[in-house]
Design a protein around this ligand. Structure first.
Ligand SMILES: CC(=O)SCCNC(=O)CCNC(=O)[C@H](O)C(C)(C)COP(=O)(O)OP(=O)(O)OC[C@H]1O[C@@H](n2cnc3c(N)ncnc32)[C@H](O)[C@@H]1OP(=O)(O)O
Length: 136
């Protein structure tokens, strides 16, 4: 895995939460699945706002777990739109942790999450947005 040189989060802040004891794995560290679910929730909020519709997660790619997260870390998820298809959007998500007593957050995970815009029956529908960067 290549080390990312980023020193600052990129994108829109979409969720911020505190890692709690209930989120730990058998080793007492924060469970990767918990982190992934925070990213999915944040990315879903971002994708629904961008598509102006309900969305569902269809794929997660290029997921990197770069650093461990511990109880008490403040976890923030940032989103960037990287691709818009006919019915789907791909969002690059980064999770950053701020440790108690420290000044600077650090990148803990990142990945590309693809969401599909769906209608009231759960069927894919064309992305419709007033955002000019999302041409359909
Ligand atoms: C936060 C949460 O959402 S939790 C819920 C977890 N997710 C779910 O329950 C979703 C379950 N899956 C589904 O309901 C269906 O598979 C749907 C609605 C996502 C897609 O339905 P399908 O009939 O497969 O649709 P279809 O084949 O037309 O694909 C729709 C879009 O998804 C894209 N897609 C499908 N599979 C993938 C994949 N593995 N990777 C990337 N994109 C994909 C297609 O390319 C298409 O995008 P485009 O229109 O922009 O070109």
């Amino acid at each position: 895995m290549t080390e990312k040189a980023d020193t600052e989060p990129r994108g829109d802040l979409c969720i911020r939460t505190l890692a709690m004891p209930a989120d730990t794995n058998a080793n007492g560290d924060i469970f990767g699945g918990w982190l992934l679910s925070q990213m999915d929730v944040g990315g879903g909020v971002f994708a629904s706002k961008a598509a102006k519709s309900r969305t569902v997660t269809v794929a997660i790619e290029a997921m990197n777990f770069r650093k461990a997260v511990y109880v008490g870390d403040l976890v923030s998820v940032y989103a960037n739109l990287v691709r818009v298809g006919r019915t789907s959007l791909t969002v690059h998500l980064e999770a950053w942790a701020l440790r108690r007593g420290e000044e600077h957050p650090f990148l803990v995970t990142d990945g590309n999450f693809t969401y599909v815009s769906i209608d009231e029956h759960g069927r894919p529908q064309a992305v419709r947005s007033t955002d000019p960067s999302i041409a359909t």
